[in-house]
Design a protein around this ligand. Structure first.
Ligand code: ADP
Ligand code: MG
Length: 140
């Protein structure tokens, strides 16, 4: 077991429905501490860069359009095995396949508008955290 940090994004479908607090409660109930957080309107350039790894996937352009369709809340979560633990709280990408009690099961609208992003590895977490945050903004 080790203390990790991971990047989370509350997506525009969730900010639009005023779900930030309910989603944050899920993280805190799971023992994840929100050590940095800000609400942003992503530019197209930022969203394209953030999801560059998916640029050859058929859903890439729609995903970028969705991610800039309203505000997002970017946040850093800290805790034991935070990367895996956050992925467990999020649930499967497709909400129809997500476990009961997960964020995506309870709140996602579709496989695209699925309420949250979470880093998929510690290496990507470090890259994604530095995409949005300076060290001085992270206070454990
Ligand atoms: P995850 O967010 O669970 O790590 P991926 O990294 O595979 O999932 O995909 C990134 C995001 O792209 C998803 O969260 C979702 O918003 C969108 N997405 C993934 N697969 C599809 C799909 N088949 N159709 C539409 N959007 C998708
Ligand atoms: Mg992913």
């Amino acid at each position: 077991m080790s203390i990790e940090r991971t990047l989370s994004i509350i997506k525009p479908d969730a900010t639009r429905r005023n779900l930030t607090g309910l989603i944050n409660a899920k993280f805190e109930d799971a023992g994840l501490k929100i050590i940095g957080q800000k609400r942003l309107q992503l530019t197209r350039t930022m969203a394209e860069k953030f999801y560059e790894i998916h640029k050859d996937r058929p859903f890439y352009n729609d995903l970028v359009d969705f991610m800039i369709s309203g505000p997002v809340v970017v946040q850093v979560l800290e805790g034991e095995n935070a990367v895996k633990s956050n992925r467990a709280v999020m649930g499967s990408t497709n909400p129809d396949e997500a476990n009961e009690g997960t964020i995506r099961k309870e709140f996602a609208e579709s496989i695209e508008a699925n309420s949250v992003h979470g880093s998929d590895s510690l290496e990507n977490a470090n890259i994604e955290i530095s995409f949005f945050f300076a060290n001085i903004e992270l206070v454990a």
